[in-house]
Ligand binder design. Structure first.
Ligand code: ZN
Length: 353
């Protein structure tokens, strides 16, 4: 299911191949976020042009709209959105805790009110797997509690105990299903490496398809996230893919890949684009700034459709006039930037002697 093609001699970085029911993924990989079965502003053709290999969707959101029942009736998420490559679904644990004003955690379930209409919903470790099975994604994630940052060690430990039991229950359930879909464990433990290592030792021999580091990118300083990545990644089984959840800005890639991370996702490219921010080889710039008003050069030395066709002055004009094409073209560039950045790191590892 996961094969390491090459290990870097300079660091713990590796190039791998992850096989799923909807095709192979070359790692390291950046996964564009398509929460609601759409990567905001991007058509499936756009994503294919850019070379996106896999996208993310979200179980919490999709279970509420269009609903899991509908997606199952329609033949699954792939045919509904016309995306033929792999899809990873996040469980929605994070959304239960961040979007729902009322939620109650029990040892075997979480009850919450939909952020859309206030109706009462229940997630259990098992029914979250069922949602993902019916949605039809290729990589499934377990229900977990995302502890806010900062949190005391005791609080983190309490949440971790519940989460770890849920993950084991979910694993048992997945294990007896007849499915080609992969199932990842999530390593929690906040900013406490010893707690994280406890999680790893509980899960490493259970037969998960991969391992995700959760509870990062929750407001902690970058150095703390990097410390966790550096101390926990080496503990993870070598022969399984490692996914760093919610992390994937240009400044994160080199460091995390060198520690042995294989998969990234980040909502920032589209969010930043909506505010006029774009990535360049020399850092982030804000196209709304007046200095770009008469700048007829492209955003960057970049072969994406946006940079090949439009100038900064034109893109700024679209943003200033609040034309919807503005954020669309900027998203295209930003997602292209991250996908290509990780592709280049992967190719550099392959080109090492
Ligand atoms: Zn570009």
């Amino acid at each position: 299911m996961f094969k390491i093609i090459k290990r870097s001699k300079k660091s713990n970085a590796r190039v791998g191949l992850l096989k799923t029911a909807h095709g192979d993924i070359q790692t390291p990989v950046f996964m564009p976020v398509g929460t609601l079965a759409t990567v905001k502003g991007m058509t499936v053709d756009n994503l294919n042009e850019i070379g996106a290999q896999i996208i993310l969707a979200n179980t919490y959101h999709l279970s509420l709209r269009p609903t899991t029942e509908r997606l199952e009736q329609y033949g699954g998420i792939h045919s509904f959105m016309n995306w033929k490559k792999p899809i990873l679904t996040d469980s929605g644990g994070y959304q239960v805790f961040s979007l729902s004003k009322t939620r109650k955690i029990f040892s075997d379930r979480v009850e919450f009110k939909s952020h859309l209409d206030g109706s009462l919903k229940v997630f259990t470790p098992q029914n979250v797997i069922d949602h993902q099975r019916r949605i039809g994604s290729d990589i499934w994630m377990p229900l977990d509690i995302c502890t806010p940052y900062p949190a005391s060690k005791d609080d983190v430990r309490k949440d971790m105990a519940v989460t770890n039991k849920w993950i084991k229950d979910a694993h048992g359930y997945w294990d007896q299903l007849d499915t080609k879909s992969l199932f990842f464990s999530i390593i929690q433990g906040g900013m406490y490496p010893d707690l994280r290592k406890e999680c790893v030792s509980e899960f490493k021999d259970m037969g998960f398809s991969g391992f995700a580091l959760g509870g990062v990118s929750v407001g902690e300083p970058r150095e703390e996230m990097e410390e966790i990545v550096a101390s926990v990644t080496p503990e993870l089984p070598e022969d399984k893919p490692r996914y760093l959840m919610g992390v994937g800005l240009p400044e994160n890639m080199d460091f995390c890949i060198q520690q042995g991370i294989d998969m990234f996702d980040c909502v920032a490219p589209a969010r930043l684009a909506r505010h006029g921010h774009v990535f360049t080889k020399n850092g982030k710039i804000n196209l709304k700034n007046k200095q770009f008003q008469d700048d007829l050069t492209p955003i960057d030395d970049c072969d994406c459709m946006t940079c090949q066709s439009y100038s900064k002055a034109y893109l700024r004009h679209l943003l200033v006039c609040k034309e919807m094409l503005g954020p669309i073209l900027l998203s295209y560039h930003n997602i292209h930037f991250l996908v290509k950045m990780v592709d280049k790191i992967r190719n550099d590892i392959l080109a090492e002697d």
